[in-house]
Design a protein around this ligand. Structure first.
Ligand code: HEC
Length: 111
């Protein structure tokens, strides 16, 4: 009997987690085939860029949502050269070209 109650509780918990996950995912999951719960952005982005641009690069306030309509080349050159007073420049030791390219692709696909 107690065993039965436990199994029902477990099933309910699993269902709850599944529906929560479905609700909270605002982006098209097909753009994130790795299916990770955190974003598909690079570890470098998460470490260096997310503090201003957000965990999914959506930006807020003075921080633009990325990729902000830029081409991949302009996106990368902005990161390498900085912009205005708020955006520092970051070299490849901070975030590699490969990471920037995959992040650009992810950000472009993000809804
Ligand atoms: C300290 C906060 C901060 C961090 C950290 C930061 N940015 Fe920015 N970023 C800004 C601000 C502010 C702007 C707007 C600058 C402007 O338009 O004058 C900006 C602009 C940009 C732009 C240009 C957008 C446009 O419309 O031209 C890109 C691309 C960008 N950031 C990418 C990144 C990436 C990639 C990283 C991580 C390597 C990063 N940023 C880290 C604050 C930040």
């Amino acid at each position: 009997m107690t065993n039965f109650v436990y199994v029902r509780g477990l099933a309910a918990a699993v269902l709850m987690v599944a529906s929560l996950a479905a609700c909270s995912s605002s982006d098209d999951s097909s753009s994130n085939p790795s299916g990770s719960t955190s974003s598909g952005l690079s570890a470098s982005f998460t470490k260096t860029c997310a503090s201003c641009h957000g965990a999914e690069g959506r930006g807020s306030g003075i921080y633009p949502s990325l990729p902000s309509g830029l081409s991949e080349a302009d996106f990368i050159s902005t990161v390498r050269n900085g912009k205005g007073t708020g955006m520092a420049k970051y070299d490849a030791s901070v975030i590699s070209d490969a990471d920037l390219k995959s992040d650009y692709a992810w950000l472009s696909a993000r809804k």
